[in-house]
Each structure stands twice: as structure tokens, then as C-alpha cells.
Design a protein around this ligand. Structure first.
Ligand code: HEM
Length: 316
């Protein structure tokens, strides 16, 4: 996600939750009889979800929260069977070294915003909290209700973090040697077990938010749509109304008329690649179709690599 992962000097943000230097724990056995095993508290899940919708709207932080959840789950490698080596939505992003990966620059802001919610609902795991907050952020911004399930187990130690480089880059040079953005997207998302339709639908997440040169190396310092905020001013958005979840990402990328708006190579390729284009065209002309496919793909993304604790998964 950065223009040049190597070139960037990333100061590691403080780890969220258990510190990176915490002593190693013995393997946790997830059984109710283990005494210390995590439990699912449906009442806390429900209350946290309702509170998150209002809280996230009041902070204008919907985009960065969605990105946090996606960067936790997007490390998943479907070819690895063992948890947590396979990566995915296990809250490893809150621990060093993963929190300091170049692709995660800025996401400590999102984790700090969620601290009061975690303090109030301690029985909601971090992994559930990140994914739940993202679903709440989409719904609160006017997007679809995501069919979420809960009961994700958290990793606890630094050695359980994913290796660096599993998330997609937005432009050349692609670290996996791909010659085109479409090839790169397929390599990364197929590794996660996702298909072409899901790649296009999930890219629609960029209907929210901005890119900032000082974080990812992409976008411009400010545009007429971002110079006044809300939230921290600046950056370049993909859409004019970047706090509203709708299908404008697809209509804007298709037309490419507004020079103030961002189009990354990995965005543009959705209308250039023969297999991506039919989905991108459909989502540009039919918001209901986009919402339906997005909701399903988002739910799937939120469960990548998950190990459910005893009693999970649950819905409410
Ligand atoms: C398809 C491959 C993807 C690439 C190459 C990509 C790349 C990027 C880049 C470069 C940024 C700017 C980050 C910054 O400067 O702070 C960004 C932001 C963002 N991305 Fe993606 N992304 C991809 C997929 C996704 C997916 C699947 C989602 C969610 C479903 C998503 C959601 C977001 C959001 C909401 C932001 C805005 C964050 C903010 O405003 O703070 N992206 N992405």
C-alpha cells in the first residue's frame, strides 16, 4: 500500500493492548474448561455495536476504521492451515511488529479511537471489535448492513504477527513482480481465497476516505473536498462525499472527469481489465447491486483466517 515500502522510514506506533515486549505465553487452549478461555458476551457485543455507530459518526473516522479492519484481515494466506500463521482477522495488527508495518502507517489513530469502547466492553475481543467497528462504520455512513458473526480469537504475542508485505500495493513497482495492477490484485486477493467479483466489490470501500502522501505516499496534500476536513484536514479522496457510503467510487472512476479526485492504478484497472469491468460497470449503474455484493464480500473479508472461540460464531 505504500509507494515504496523500503524507502519509507516508519516510526513504529505504540503497540495496542499487550505490549510487544510482553513475556511469551504458553499456547492458549480454547476450551470452556480451560478457565481462562475467552468467552462470548452477546450483550456486550450488541451494546458495543450500537454505541460504535454513533461514536464513529461523531468522530468522522468511518474511513480509517474500515481500513484498520481490512488491514487486520487482509494478511490472510489460504494456503496455510495453521492458526495464527495463516494470518487474518486475529487482531495481530495491534501488536508490534505488525502495527509498525509500512502499510499500516496511521492506523494507530484508529486503534486509539477504539480504546474507550474496548475499556467499556472488555469481553469483546480486539479482533471482533475491529471488524465490528468497520461494519458499524459502513452502516453509519449510509452503506449496507453487513451480515456479521462474532467470536474471533485474538493473538497475544508478537511472534504471532503476520510477515510484512501481504497487503496490496497501489502502483508500480509491485513487490511480487506483477506487471499490471490487475495481475497484482489477483495475486494478493486470490491468496486470500477471494475472487474477481469480490475484488471489485471490496475496492468500493474507497467510496470512503482519503489517501495522504505522508502515510501511503499516494494522493495530494489537500483538495477542495478535504482542505476543511471534517476530521484532520487534507489528503485526496476518491469521491466528493467521502464520508458517505454509496456507489460514487465506481461512477467517478468510470468517468475520471474530476481531477480533484484520486484514481490509483489499482482503482483504474477495475474498468480496464476485461474480467473486472462487467462488475465495475454494474456497480456504477446499480447501487443496490453494489450494496448486496459489497455486504457479502465484506462479511467474508471479516472472517478470513478466523479461529472462533468456544460457542462461536454468534450473530445478534
Ligand atoms: C484493492 C487493493 C487496495 C489498495 C491497493 C488500497 C490502497 C489504499 C491506499 C494507498 C490508501 C491510502 C492510505 C493513506 O494514505 O492513509 C487506502 C485507503 C483506504 N482504503 Fe484501501 N486499498 C485497497 C483495498 C481496500 C479494501 C478492500 C478496503 C475495504 C473494504 C479499503 C478501504 C480503504 C479505506 C476506507 C481507506 C481510507 C482510509 C482513510 O481515509 O484514512 N481498501 N487504500
Amino acid at each position: 500500500l505504500t509507494r515504496s515500502m523500503q524507502a519509507q522510514q516508519v516510526r513504529a506506533p505504540r503497540a495496542f493492548g499487550r505490549s510487544a515486549i510482553a513475556p511469551r505465553r504458553a499456547t492458549v487452549v480454547v476450551r470452556a474448561s480451560a478457565g481462562t478461555s475467552p468467552k462470548i458476551n452477546t450483550q456486550q457485543l450488541k451494546s458495543a455495536y450500537e454505541e460504535l455507530k454513533t461514536y464513529i459518526q461523531s468522530k468522522y473516522c468511518n474511513p480509517i476504521i474500515v481500513r484498520l479492519a481490512w488491514h487486520d484481515s487482509g494478511t490472510y494466506d489460504a494456503s496455510i492451515k495453521e492458526w495464527p500463521q495463516r494470518g487474518g482477522a486475529n487482531a495481530a495488527i495491534r501488536l508490534q511488529p505488525e502495527s509498525g508495518h509500512a502499510a499500516n502507517k496511521g492506523l494507530n489513530i484508529a486503534m486509539n479511537l477504539l480504546k474507550p469502547i474496548k475499556a467499556k466492553y472488555p469481553e469483546v475481543s480486539y479482533a471482533d471489535l475491529f471488524q465490528m467497528a468497520s461494519a458499524a462504520a459502513v452502516e453509519a455512513a449510509g452503506g449496507p448492513k453487513i451480515p456479521m458473526r462474532y467470536g474471533r480469537r485474538d493473538v497475544e504475542t508478537s511472534d504471532q504477527c503476520a510477515k510484512e508485505g501481504n497487503l496490496p500495493a497501489a502502483a508500480h513497482p509491485f513487490p511480487d513482480g506483477s506487471v499490471s495492477p490487475a495481475e497484482h490484485l489477483r495475486k494478493v486477493f486470490y491468496r486470500m481465497g477471494l475472487n474477481d467479483q469480490e475484488i471489485v466489490a471490496l475496492s468500493g470501500g474507497h467510496t470512503l476516505g482519503r489517501a495522504r502522501p505522508d502515510r501511503s505516499g499516494h494522493g495530494v496534500e489537500k483538495t477542495k473536498y478535504t482542505e476543511k476536513g471534517p476530521g484532520t484536514p487534507g489528503g485526496q479522496s476518491w469521491t466528493a462525499d467521502w464520508l458517505v457510503f454509496n456507489n460514487s467510487y465506481f461512477t467517478e472512476i468510470k468517468e475520471k472527469k474530476d481531477k480533484e479526485l484520486l484514481v490509483l492504478p489499482t482503482d483504474a484497472c477495475l474498468f480496464e481489465d476485461d474480467k473486472f469491468r462487467p462488475y465495475a460497470d454494474k456497480y456504477a449503474s446499480d447501487q443496490a447491486a453494489f450494496f448486496k455484493d459489497y455486504a457479502e464480500a465484506h462479511a467474508k473479508l471479516s472472517e478470513l483466517g478466523v479461529q472462533w472461540v468456544e460457542g462461536g460464531p454468534v450473530t445478534f
